[in-house]
Design a protein. Structure first.
Length: 345
């Protein structure tokens, strides 16, 4: 944070294109900001970022940065200064620099970012991929419960991208360890290597069973089925999971639109969705299909997102039943479950 009486705001840049970084640096400096450091996506040293004198970081999301989503997720979890994400090219508008400065000043004046003591995507002793001695991984426990969990008769698809792991953790934690009487399918934009870790961490932190999708398995009540990123997630005519080598549609992996359309194709009006923080517009087409089938769609409120492009796109394209913080959306989902149970009786 700037010292008392200090007027020059120190800014760090994280970009994927040298030309964009140079233009943004010139724009910020022309508006009285001190650009103290710059980092390239794909080679971010988290400790160097943490040691930087910057009061805030501006992160450009473009084609290169999209490929570094895991790196950016770790940045969100471990860096305490405010982060301001901008998606797409830097506008060639001198007035935009002044608006950016004002936004950065508002961010820095707020309370410091709360960095979780338990990052979702940082391994702890005993997690998959670590060498520490530990009790059996939660994923092994989940698999053993499959025979006892009934097949889901209603499914909520959780779509998330950048900033999503933290939002989904808050959403699941608000269940207070009580698995809901619906199936949950999580489509999270993430690198393949992080998929099993995400499943383990979410279960350990929230007490809700989480398992990576398995070929031939049904979607189960009271369990989160995590969609893999290396194969296309589909449902057979019998509602069983089929993981195929077909080309995954769209730009991101997994494709949230595709997952939603697969689920609604089988579950029809018993399909609902929550769209969390993220970049781009993945999920907007699938959300529209869910609403047309008679299902309900919720979206994370823009002010609680790391980057709100994805839920904003859903709000623009279809009817959204609720926009709120993740914990509030959990309560609304439970209300929906209670209403459905009452109407079925």
């Amino acid at each position: 944070m700037p010292d008392q009486g200090e007027t020059e705001l120190r800014v760090g840049l994280i970009t994927g294109q040298e030309r964009q970084e140079r233009y943004l640096r010139e724009l910020l400096e022309a508006n009285g900001l001190n650009v103290v450091t710059g980092f390239q996506t794909g080679a971010i040293d988290i400790e160097a970022v943490r040691a930087s004198p910057a009061d805030a970081l501006v992160i450009l999301i473009n084609g290169e940065a999209e490929q570094a989503i895991d790196e950016l997720e770790l940045l969100i979890e471990e860096v305490e200064v405010p982060l301001l994400f901008h998606e797409g090219a830097v506008p060639r508008d001198p007035g935009w620099g002044g608006k950016l400065r004002a936004k950065l000043e508002r961010l820095v004046r707020r309370e410091p970012r709360q960095v979780s003591a338990e990052p979702v995507l940082k391994p702890v002793a005993g997690d998959a991929g670590t060498t520490a001695d530990a009790t059996p991984a939660p994923l092994q426990i989940v698999a053993s419960q499959e025979q006892r969990r009934p097949r889901a008769v209603a499914v909520w698809v959780l779509g998330a991208s950048l900033g999503g792991p933290q939002a989904v953790r808050s959403f699941l934690a608000a269940l207070d360890g009580k698995p809901p009487s619906v199936g949950l399918v999580l489509a999270q934009h993430i690198g393949d290597a992080f998929v099993p870790l995400l499943a383990e961490q979410l279960q350990r932190m929230t007490g809700i069973p989480v398992a990576v999708a398995r070929e031939g398995s049904p979607i189960l009540t009271g369990q989160v089925t995590l969609v893999p990123v290396d194969r296309r997630f589909t449902l057979t005519d019998q509602g069983l999971i089929a993981l195929t080598g077909e080309v995954i549609p769209g730009t991101y992996r997994p494709c949230i639109d595709d997952v939603m359309e697969q689920v609604v194709g089988y579950y029809k009006h018993s399909t609902c969705a929550v769209v969390f923080s993220g970049m781009g517009d993945d999920g907007s087409r699938g959300a529209g299909a869910i609403v047309r089938a008679g299902g309900t769609v919720f979206a994370q409120s823009a002010d609680t997102c790391v980057i709100s492009s994805m839920p904003d796109a859903v709000r623009r394209s279809t009817t959204v039943g609720e926009s709120a913080a993740p914990e509030a959306l959990t309560r609304r989902m439970l209300d929906w479950i209670a209403d459905r149970r009452q109407s079925d009786n």
